[in-house]
Design a protein around this ligand. Structure first.
Ligand code: COA
Length: 159
């Protein structure tokens, strides 16, 4: 009798992007610990990013689990808006989740200029941002706790 084999699943990751709230604190804490082993934010910063006004905060969820998060300040005029954090859990990377979070977040920001900083050795993140129209505008020497430089990237949607 021929053996039956289950066909391997090739389904696309069916995640949802929606606003995050302070109810997401524990999951965000876990995600930050996993994604930022050196620079994870203190608890107070996580509470702030989930509760302050003038912050866009979006989560990507898959099967009710937070798999990605982005936050940015909402500055209507003047200097640039800043993306404060963006992270995706390792098991869900390279499937477009960060790109989708970035695009959705950008769409909420009225300021045409958006900036962020990134470790100069963080090639995956630098590639993600340059692929999405960000260019290098500055370098902050020894910005990170371990002395690594930060690269400042900017996207100017007015140009
Ligand atoms: C950087 C990060 C957010 C990317 O998340 P992601 O969901 O895997 O990103 P995407 O799938 O949208 O990838 C978009 C593009 O980014 C680049 N990229 C992402 N991961 C990469 C990797 N490991 N190596 C090389 N390029 C990579 C690629 O150009 C990719 O496009 P492609 O898959 O068509 O080649 C994720 O790796 C992460 O959370 N890292 C730890 C936290 C972090 O560094 N955050 C950024 C701080 S500024």
């Amino acid at each position: 009798m021929p053996q039956k084999f289950e066909k391997e699943s090739t389904t696309k990751l069916n995640y949802i992007i929606q606003p995050a709230t302070w109810h997401d604190l524990n999951e965000l804490r876990t995600l930050e610990q996993i994604c930022f082993p050196i620079d994870r934010w203190p608890l107070l910063d996580l509470i702030a990013v989930l509760s302050f006004r003038n912050v866009t905060r979006l989560k990507a969820t898959y099967k009710n689990k937070m798999i990605g998060f982005i936050a940015a300040d909402i500055k209507k005029r003047g200097t640039a808006s800043w993306i404060a954090t963006l992270a995706v859990l390792p098991d869900y990377r390279r499937q477009g989740v960060a790109t989708a979070l970035l695009k959705r977040c950008e769409a909420t920001l009225e300021n045409p200029r958006i900036r962020l900083c990134v470790r100069q050795t963080n090639i995956p993140a630098i590639k993600l941002y340059t692929q999405n129209g960000y260019i290098r505008v500055d370098k902050w020497s020894r910005y990170y706790i371990d002395g690594e430089d930060a690269i400042v990237l900017e996207k100017n949607r007015a140009e």
